[in-house]
Design a protein around this ligand. Structure first.
Ligand code: TXA
Ligand code: MG
Length: 302
């Protein structure tokens, strides 16, 4: 069933049950088996399944429950279905902060594997209506958990190698991560992301989080036929505008990003608009995650 977390809605199943996990891939229509994040009620429960390093424990103390996912080596005794981890020796684990997710994990009493609750390649859902629009009729249930507070997915950091490696910018700022554990490797620019990231993290194809309409980045004017995704004072000349944050607040913009893409997709055709122009977003704080998602939304479609 789908349920709310503080980042986006997840589509959850018993992580120990291979058939239940397979049903997640089926409902999403994932073309191949990307590894899923396993959600736990507590850090202790997560650490029973993976080999926690000192850095992992420090991150858990600082950011859990919250929008941080750690990739660590599985213990040999780890009961999580191999399909959930796509056969890798590592497992991605996270303790979510949303009260609905926490309650569900508590009542269930075991690990829940959950990708975002959208059809493969589509925009992640941050509201009940988004989940239903993508998956109604394909899943058993969805718990109405209200709108998601953070609005972009968790930060994924790989701790299985010699140095911490940022696989996906997300709800926890890299600046905050580095304040807690020192330098985190992220030598990849967004343009080079496809090659380097898909090798380390099979789910991170460049074209992803894609709305139906093509997206143009860093717009400094609105071209004919374009709807506008605005950040700060909106550019003149757009018939249709979704404002991420009038005051230029990156946290507010992250929380509204996917809602904005869903909304523009739904509204633009009736106005005869066929593209989305996105204004530039600064590359610090949650801006890193926002730019990452927008770059994927704008990437050539497979
Ligand atoms: O905020 C979130 O993280 C949401 C909520 C539901 O928790 N979940 C989410 O899951 O975004 P998903 O499946 O859409 O993204 C998980 C990402 C994928 O890109 C996958 O490739 C990567 O994490 N991942 C999972 N396990 C991994 C592993 N063992 N090694 C490297 N990357 C992994
Ligand atoms: Mg996803």
């Amino acid at each position: 069933m789908a349920f709310g977390t503080e980042t986006v809605y997840g589509l959850g199943a018993d992580a120990r049950n291979g058939q239940a996990v397979a049903a997640i891939f089926d409902a999403k229509g994932r073309p191949h088996f990307n590894p899923l994040i396993c959600h736990y009620e507590t850090a202790d429960a997560a650490f029973e399944h993976i080999e926690a390093s000192e850095i992992a424990m420090r991150l858990a103390d600082t950011f859990w429950p919250g929008p941080l996912t750690m990739v660590l080596r599985r213990r040999v005794t780890c009961p999580v279905a191999l399909l959930a981890g796509a056969g890798l020796e590592t497992l991605a684990v996270r303790v979510p902060a949303h009260p609905v997710a926490a309650r569900l994990l508590h009542e269930f009493g075991g690990p829940i594997a959950a990708p975002s609750a959208n059809r493969s390649g589509a925009i992640s859902p941050t509201q009940l209506a988004h989940v239903l629009a993508g998956l109604d009729g394909r899943i058993a249930a969805v718990i109405d958990s209200g709108p998601c507070r953070v609005g972009v997915e968790s930060t994924v950091v790989d701790l299985s190698g010699p140095v911490p490696f940022l696989l996906r910018p997300g709800g926890v700022n890299v600046e905050a991560l580095e304040a807690a554990i020192g330098p985190v490797q992220r030598g990849i620019t967004l343009e080079r992301a496809e090659q380097s990231r898909t090798l380390r993290s099979p789910g991170m194809l460049l074209s992803h989080y894609a709305p139906n309409l093509p997206v143009r980045l860093d717009a400094s004017r609105v071209e004919p036929g374009e709807a506008l995704l605005a950040f700060g004072p909106a550019l003149a000349g757009a018939d249709l505008v979704f404002q991420l944050s009038a005051s230029g607040n990156l946290n507010e913009a992250a929380a509204r990003l996917f809602e904005g893409l869903h909304w523009l997709d739904a509204q633009a055709p009736a106005r005869g608009l066929s593209r989305i122009a996105a204004m530039a977003i600064p590359l610090h704080g949650l801006g890193l995650a926002i730019n990452d998602r927008l770059t994927r939304a704008a990437a050539p479609r497979a």
